[in-house]
Write a protein that binds this ligand. Structure first.
Ligand SMILES: [Zn+2]
Length: 117
């Protein structure tokens, strides 16, 4: 009984771990075995430089945060600018009708139309 037997990803035939090639289809299994027993931990990606001294790490973190903030500020600036532009155009559009109404209101008033000569 083969406890460590694994199915070939290509043909599904069980193969022994010591085998480098599938005995059924001949697929190269050594590369597959290299990735199977030792899956890459996701931590290794985050702490890519464990030997770095603390201050350097802080600086790198600050740099990363600064870059992130810069990107965030740039995005926020773009967003605010677009919002401000939209708000300004809306303000202009919404400000015009009331101004017209005021003029129209004044016109029927006979006193304001009275000539002062
Ligand atoms: Zn196979």
């Amino acid at each position: 009984m083969h406890v460590d037997a694994q199915p070939c990803p290509d043909c599904g035939t069980l193969f022994d771990l010591p085998d480098n090639y599938c005995r059924h289809c001949g697929m190269y299994l050594a590369a597959l075995k290299a990735t199977l027993p030792a899956p890459v931990p996701e931590r290794a990606v985050v702490t890519s430089r464990p030997g770095m001294p603390a201050p350097m790490r802080k600086a790198a973190t600050a740099l990363a945060i600064g870059t992130a903030l810069q990107v965030g500020v740039t995005l926020a600036g773009k967003y605010l600018a677009s919002q401000a532009a939209r708000g300004a155009s809306e303000a202009v559009q919404s400000a015009q009708p009331p101004a017209r109404r005021r003029v129209e209101r004044r016109q029927p008033d006979p006193r304001s139309n009275a000539p002062r000569r």
